[in-house]
Design a protein. Sequence first.
Length: 365
Amino acid sequence: MKAMVVRELGGGWVEEELQIADPIGQEVLVELKASGLCGSDHMEMSNEVQYPPPAVLGHEIAGVVSAVGPNVTEFAVGDHVAACLVQYCGKCEQCLDGEPGLCRSPQLTLRPEGEAPRLTDANGDAVTQGMALGGFAQQSLVHENMLVKLPNDMPFAQAAVLGCGVITGTGAVLNAAKVKPGEDVVIIGAGGVGLNVVSGAVLASAGKIISVDLNAESLEAAKSFGATHTVNSSETDPVEAIKELTGGYGVRTVFDVVGIGVTARQGYDMLDAGGTLYQIGMGSGTDTLDTVPMQNAFNRKAVQGVFMGSGVPKRDMAMLVEQYQAGRLNLDDIVSGELKLTDVNKGYEMIRDPKVNRLVITDFS
Ligand code: CXF
Ligand code: ZN
């Protein structure tokens, strides 16, 4: 099959012919129809975090099942499916407690040691499958735990983006914060994930949905997704602005989708008593937030991390498909454009423009 392979860090994606193995165990072979370009894969290509080259990256996928392993129970050939990168066993105490994102044995979604690799190159050498998905290719071999069945009339591009930014943003609101109707929320950051937090707040019937960003165009996008108020933090102190919008109190729920020291501080300082700052953004990876335990105790303030929407991907993605099909979830404006598989490098240039949300490969020829 044709795949776009990272051969060396920083070297971009190169077209190659690879072999993909036949499914064993609970593996499902998916003929890809859509594969989204996410910033995490660009980071991985530039500066490997987890998946050493040679690697097939790409983790926002949807397609049609073309073969199943002997132990697959949920899927059959011809099923339309989408994937989520959360790897979970379904059996450990975290999974059984409804926290697959905290699974103790995520490696059970991979091939056991001693088995042939899922992907090999023309020399027969193993090729890494990024995020256990390897979506920049014509096919993907995936553990069934990572797949969800789609209705046949769900468009593949919109389905592909569900399993990363959409589930992360909407899940923060619905699973982590459990926002109630009428509750005011602040979302710091109106990029790809931030817009999906806005969508989650709309689904939850939040009260004021206040989007904060430095970029006026991003704030316009947030409005089009359902933000009721916007604050441009390049023009005004966002903490003051939030207090003004909320009778001087601040809000009980703030989502920081940026995750640098400055936004964490702002988010915490926007909290009303009893409020929680939900940390979603990965930021610099090294910034910190100081809080005073006694003040947290007196004012009952909390800081909570959220990862991949902190939910149950199969359940959440099925719910999001229903919301999309009922016209209540905006996925059409998340998909900014469609690409050919061989245009991955060009696509990553294009998504530097903040007006572009997700680009999705839909032509695998
Ligand atoms: C990522 C976030 C960083 C760790 C790997 C998964 N999520 C989506 O791209
Ligand atoms: Zn992603």
